[in-house]
Ligand binder design. Structure first.
Ligand SMILES: Cc1cc2nc3c(=O)[nH]c(=O)nc-3n(C[C@H](O)[C@H](O)[C@H](O)COP(=O)(O)O)c2cc1C
Length: 117
């Protein structure tokens, strides 16, 4: 089974979260979204994770643009973890909209409360 977790992290909370999830699901490629999206396709992945902070009640723009341009397997199990300190806002709704445009769907979302960093 091919597991991929794409992450964006400014101060480390989301990266630490992505690493922890990868360990618990039996391993995953952990890929920063600050890369060329053309080189990191998820077309053959069976489990796809997105982990990022909440910025201004939503997903960071870098993560949005990455997902918009990412090629994915629409039949994969797709999850998102959003790290936040106070209000997680509409991150999951935004992700679902982006995935719907690719005929894929968010199967699971979790808002992880973190310390402000
Ligand atoms: C520019 C910016 C905007 C943020 N906006 C929010 C927000 O709207 N709601 C919230 O709960 N936390 C907000 N935070 C806090 C981060 O979501 C939180 O600290 C997160 O865990 C940081 O993850 P990271 O360490 O992976 O970058 C914001 C942080 C930054 C830097």
């Amino acid at each position: 089974m091919k597991n991929i977790i794409y992450y964006f992290s400014g101060t480390g909370n989301s990266l630490r979260t992505a690493i922890g999830i990868a360990e618990r699901i039996g391993g995953a490629e952990i890929i920063s979204v600050r890369c060329d999206v053309e080189n990191v396709s998820a077309e053959t992945a069976e489990v796809i994770g997105f982990v990022c902070p909440v910025y201004e009640w939503d997903m960071p723009g870098t993560m949005k643009r990455f997902v918009e341009n990412l090629k994915i397997n629409p039949n994969a199990y797709i999850f998102m973890v959003a790290t936040y300190v106070a209000i997680h806002g509409k991150s999951f709704e935004t992700m679902e909209k982006l995935l719907s445009a690719k005929k894929a769907h968010l199967n699971y979302g979790f808002a992880l409360h973190c310390v402000a960093s």
